[in-house]
Design a protein around this ligand. Sequence first.
Ligand SMILES: Nc1ncnc2c1ncn2[C@@H]1O[C@H](COP(=O)(O)OP(=O)(O)OP(=O)(O)O)[C@@H](O)[C@H]1O
Ligand SMILES: [Mg+2]
Length: 334
Amino acid sequence: MDTIDRELAAWLVHAGLVEEGAAIRAEPLTGGVASDIWRVEAGGRRFAVKRALAKLKVARDWRAPVSRNGNEVEWLLEAGRIVPDAVPRVLAHDAAVGAFAMDFLRPEDHPVWKNELRAGRADPAFAAAVGRAIAAIHGATAHSATLAARFDTDAIFHSIRLEPYLEATAEAHPDLADKLMALSRDTLATKIALVHGDVSPKNILVGPKGPVFLDAECAWYGDPAFDLAFCLNHMLLKCLWVPEARAAYLASFDALATAYLEAVDWEPREKIEARVARLLPGLFLARVDGKSPAEYITTDADRDRVRRVARPLIATPPTTLAAIRDAWEEELSQ
Ligand SMILES: Nc1ncnc2c1ncn2[C@@H]1O[C@H](COP(=O)(O)OP(=O)(O)OP(=O)(O)O)[C@@H](O)[C@H]1O
Ligand SMILES: [Mg+2]
C-alpha cells in the first residue's frame, strides 16, 4: 500500500501524534516483507509508523498473526529500559489497529548494517557492540517469571522462526531430520531470557551511539542462544556475498561471539556457547534449504559449500563456536 489508510490516519489523531485536520504525508519505507512501514510527516513532526501484514511478502506462503506487532512494541519498551540508545523510542501503539509509531531514525546517520556489510565495511568493533547490547538485554531479563508470562509467544515463534528455518530444513534433509526436529523442540522448551528473534543485519542500524535494533516481531521468552546464533549466521553467510571481505566478516564473527560470551552472567558460558554451537549449523543450512533462503546465495556451488560444512556439524554438534568458524574458513580457502 502506498499511503496510510483512513483508519491509520484517524488513529494518529487519536494518539495525539497528528492534529485533527492536519495534512499527513506518508512515504513507504522499503525493505520490509512482514509489515507496511511509513515515514510520516504531519504538523512539523516526523516519525515512523509500522503495521504488521497478515501475509508476508515472500515467495513461499508464510503467515503469522498480526498480534506480533504488539509483541514488537513490548520488546521495544522492555529493551528501551535496558539499553535506551539501542532501540527507537515508541511514541504510540494500538493493538486493535495493529500498529505503532516510533522515532524516525534518519538513514543519513543510521545506515542499515546489512548495507554496510554489503559494501565490505565489516567493523569488528561494531559487531562487538551488537554482542554487548543483546547480552545486556538477555542478562537483564534472565530468569523472570513476569517476562516469561508477558512474552508467552511460543506459537508465533514456532511458526515464524523454528518451522520455516529448522523444520523446513529437516524436510529437505531427511537423514538429519531427527537432529533438526530435536533441535527445534529443545529450543522451544528452553526458557531463559527475552529473545529478539530476528537479530539480522537488515534489522540493525549503525547509529552514532552504536547499534539500534528494529523489527522485534519475533520477540519470545526463550533461549537467548537463538539471538546470538541468528546473528553469527549472517557473519558466515556474508562471506559468500562479498568474498573479498571474508577476513573482516570472520573477525566480526569472533568479535560478536567474544563480546557476547564475556557478558554472560546468567548461566555458565560453556552451556550457552554449546547451545549456540548446536543451533548455528542448523540455521546456516536453513539459509540455503529452508523457507527463507539468503537472496545472495545464488549458485549451486555456493549452496553446496554451506551444505558441506553444515551437515556434519548438525550430525555431530560441536561445543564451541570456534569449531564452526574454523570449518567454514577451511571450506572457503579450498
Ligand atoms: N524507526 C525507523 N526509522 C527509520 N527507518 C526505519 C524505522 N523502522 C524501520 N525502518 C526502515 O524500514 C526497514 C524495515 O523495517 P522492519 O525491519 O521493522 O520491517 P519488516 O517489515 O518487519 O522487515 P523484514 O521482515 O524485511 O525484516 C528497516 O530496514 C529500515 O530501513
Ligand atoms: Mg526487518
